[in-house]
Ligand binder design. Structure first.
Ligand SMILES: *[C@@H]1O[C@H](CO)[C@@H](O)[C@H](O)[C@H]1NC(C)=O
Ligand SMILES: *[C@@H]1O[C@H](CO)[C@@H](O)[C@H](O)[C@H]1NC(C)=O
Length: 536
C-alpha cells in the first residue's frame, strides 16, 4: 500500500515536468507528420511499462499528431492505475489520449478508432515490445513505404518477434524486402491507402471466413484477400521484445537480463519514464558468502557499467581494487616480493609475462587470501568486463543447490571460460549444470570454495607467477605444458565448469572497442626472487 502511495505522489510531483522542453510546434509541419494512432496493448507488462512510457514521453514525432490509446487487459498489479495517472498528465501534449480497460480485441478496436478519427497511420504496439528508437514512426512510414510493415525486434535469448525473418533480414542485408507469410506484432498500417479499408482483425467482418478466430490470423486472411503484402522492416535496431511464450516470472527476469545486455554492449538503456519507475530486485549474494568484482581504480567506467548490471540483476557485489600492473614496485609486502616462472612464455605470442598479467594474478591471489582470512565457505569472483547469459545467475544458485544435495567436494567452478584444448569433459551425474573441465582460459567469473582458496595458496605461486588463467589449469592438472606443471607439486584442485556458462566477455579481442589492461601493459623480463625475500 505504502508503495502505491509513493507511486501516486511521484506522479503528482513530476506530472508537470513529464515532457521537459515540450513546446507548441513551430510553423505548420502537419504534412510532414501525418496523424498517427499509436495503440499500446498492455497485458501483464508492468516490467516493461516504465520503458514504454519513457518511449512515449520521448518519441521523436510531434505529439499533437499522435492519438494515443492504451488498452489494458491486466487486472493484476497497479498497471491500470499507473497508466491512468500517466495519461492524465500526458493528455495536454497529445492530440488525444484514451484508456480502454474492457476491450476483447484491442487490435480491431484501435483500427476502428483510427478510421473513425480519420487518422492517416496506425501503429499497433504490444506491451512486451520496447522500442528504443525514438524515431520509429518516422522510419516505418518513410516514403516509399509499404502499406503494412512489421518492425523487427530481438530478444536476449536470440529469438525474434518475427519468427520467419530470414537470415539476411536479421543481418540487415535485406531491409524492407521480405514478405511475411504470417502476421506478427507490432504492425504499422498506412490508412490513407484505399485498400487498407478492408483490413480487419475481426472475423465477423470477413464473409466466409472459416479459419481460426484469432485476430492475427484474421488480419492475415484479410490482407491476402486484398493482395496486400506484409513486409518486415529492420532499417534500424528498433529495440527489443520479451519472448511472450515464457511465463510471467521468466518474462520479468529475461527483461532485466535484456537490459543488462544493453549495458554490457555499451549502449544506452531505453529511456525510463519520469514518473513510472522500474522495479529492481533486492541485491542478493546468490547463496554464496561474498561476491567480489575486481576493478582497476583507473577504470571507473567499467565499474559503473558492472554496477548498473548488478543493480538490474540483483547482485550484491563487493568491489575489490585490482593490483595495478603499472605500479608493481610500490606494492606492500608480502606481494612485493614476487617472482615469475622463468620458463614461462606466452603460448600464442611467444613473449614473457606482462606486468598487467602479474597485476591480474595478484588481484586474484589477494582474493584467495581474503577468503581464507575471513573464513568464507564459498564466494564468487567476477572480473569487471563481463556480460551475463540469460538466467546465468539462476544457474549459479542451482549448481550450488545440487552440490549441497549430493555433497560432492569441489574447489572451483568456472562460470565463464574459453575452452582451450580438445580434452574430454564429462557431465557430472546428479547435477543439472556441472561438468568436468579441461584446459581453459579466462577468469571472468568463478565460484571458489574455502578449500579451493587454501589449495591455491598452498601452491605458493607468488614465487613462480604465471598468468592466472594458466595457473588454474595447472592446479587441476589438465595443463598441457609438462614443464610448467612440474613446478607445482600438488595439483589436486577439484575444478568444474558450468554448462552452459553464466558469463562471457563483454567484447572479444577482435571486436571494436576491446580494451585490455593486461594485453596493453609492458613485457617484463622474468624476475628472480632476491635472496632473503623468498618466504611468504
Ligand atoms: C500511404 O498511402 C498513400 C495512398 O496510397 C500513398 O500516397 C502514400 O505514399 C503512403 N504513404 C506511406 C508513408 O506509406
Ligand atoms: C592499448 O592502448 C592504446 C592507447 O591507450 C589503445 O588505443 C588501445 O585500444 C589499447 N589496446 C588494447 C588491446 O587494450
Amino acid at each position: 500500500m505504502l508503495r502505491r502511495l509513493f507511486v501516486a505522489l511521484g506522479i503528482l510531483a513530476t506530472a508537470v515536468a513529464l515532457f521537459p522542453g515540450a513546446q507548441p510546434e513551430e510553423g505548420d509541419v502537419r504534412h510532414l507528420y501525418p496523424t498517427t494512432l499509436l495503440a499500446l496493448g498492455l497485458d501483464t507488462d508492468a516490467h516493461t511499462l516504465p520503458y514504454l512510457l519513457g518511449f512515449l514521453e520521448n518519441i521523436d514525432y510531434p505529439k499533437k499528431q499522435i492519438s494515443l490509446e492504451i488498452y489494458v487487459h491486466s487486472k493484476e498489479d497497479t498497471t491500470q492505475q499507473q497508466v491512468g495517472w500517466w495519461l492524465d498528465s500526458a493528455r495536454e501534449y497529445f492530440r488525444r489520449v484514451k484508456l480502454v480497460a474492457d476491450s476483447t480485441n484491442w487490435l480491431e478496436d484501435a483500427l476502428r478508432s483510427a478510421r473513425v478519427q480519420k487518422i492517416s497511420r496506425c501503429f499497433l504496439l504490444p506491451g512486451d515490445t520496447v522500442p528504443k528508437a525514438p524515431n520509429i514512426l518516422q522510419m516505418l512510414f518513410r516514403e516509399p513505404s509499404h502499406l503494412v510493415v512489421t518492425p523487427l525486434f530481438q530478444s536476449v535469448d536470440g529469438s525474434l518477434n518475427v519468427e520467419e525473418a530470414s537470415e539476411r533480414v536479421q543481418k540487415r542485408e535485406n531491409v524492407r524486402e521480405q514478405v511475411l507469410k504470417k502476421v506478427w506484432l507490432p504492425l504499422a498500417i498506412n490508412l490513407t491507402a484505399i485498400d487498407s479499408s478492408y483490413l480487419t482483425f475481426d472475423a465477423q467482418n470477413l464473409p466466409h471466413y472459416e479459419a481460426a478466430d484469432e485476430p492475427l490470423e484474421v488480419f492475415a486472411n484479410s490482407a491476402e484477400r486484398m493482395d496486400i503484402p506484409i513486409y518486415v522492416d529492420n532499417q534500424d535496431d528498433y529495440g527489443f521484445f520479451v519472448n511472450p511464450e515464457l511465463d510471467l516470472e521468466d518474462r520479468r527476469t529475461m527483461f532485466r537480463y535484456q537490459l543488462a545486455d544493453v549495458i554490457a554492449d555499451g549502449n544506452p538503456l531505453p529511456i525510463v519514464s519520469r514518473s513510472v519507475r522500474p522495479w529492481l530486485p533486492e541485491p542478493s549474494l546468490w547463496d554464496t558468502q561474498k561476491i567480489y568484482v575486481i576493478n582497476l581504480k583507473r577504470r571507473p567506467e567499467r565499474l559503473q557499467k558492472m554496477e548498473k548490471i548488478f543493480e538490474l540483476l540483483g547482485v550484491e557485489a563487493t568491489v575489490w581494487e585490482a593490483t595495478d600492473g603499472n605500479y608493481l614496485d610500490s606494492l606492500p609486502s608480502p606481494h612485493k616480493s614476487h617472482a615469475t616462472l622463468p620458463s614461462y612464455r606466452d603460448p600464442i605470442m611467444n613473449r614473457p609475462i606482462k606486468a598487467g598479467e602479474i597485476g591480474c594474478f595478484l588481484s586474484h591471489y589477494r582474493i584467495w587470501e581474503d577468503v581464507v582470512k575471513e573464513g568464507l565457505d564459498r564466494v564468487i569472483v567476477f572480473e569487471d568486463d563481463l556480460r551475463f547469459a540469460p538466467n546465468g545467475l539462476q544457474r549459479v544458485r542451482e549448481v550450488l543447490a545440487d552440490l549441497d544435495a549430493t555433497g560432492k567436494p569441489w574447489d572451483l567452478i568456472y562460470l565463464g571460460r574459453k575452452k582451450q584444448a580438445d580434452q574430454e569433459e564429462l557431465w557430472v551425474s546428479g547435477h543439472r549444470h556441472l561438468s568436468t573441465v579441461g584446459y581453459s582460459y579466462w577468469t571472468l567469473g568463478y565460484l571458489l570454495s574455502k578449500s579451493g582458496a587454501e589449495k591455491l595458496l598452498a601452491a605458493k605461486p607468488l614465487q613462480k607467477i604465471v598468468p592466472v588463467d594458466e595457473f588454474l589449469p595447472i592446479m587441476f592438472d589438465r595443463h598441457p605444458n609438462q614443464d610448467w606443471k612440474e613446478q607445482f607439486q600438488k595439483r589436486d584442485l577439484d575444478a568444474f565448469t558450468l554448462y552452459p556458462l553464466s558469463v562471457s566477455p563483454q567484447r572479444y579481442t577482435h571486436e571494436n572497442g576491446y580494451v585490455s589492461d593486461t594485453e596493453n601493459s609492458s613485457i617484463l623480463q622474468p624476475l628472480v626472487p632476491s635472496k632473503g625475500k623468498t618466504e611468504l
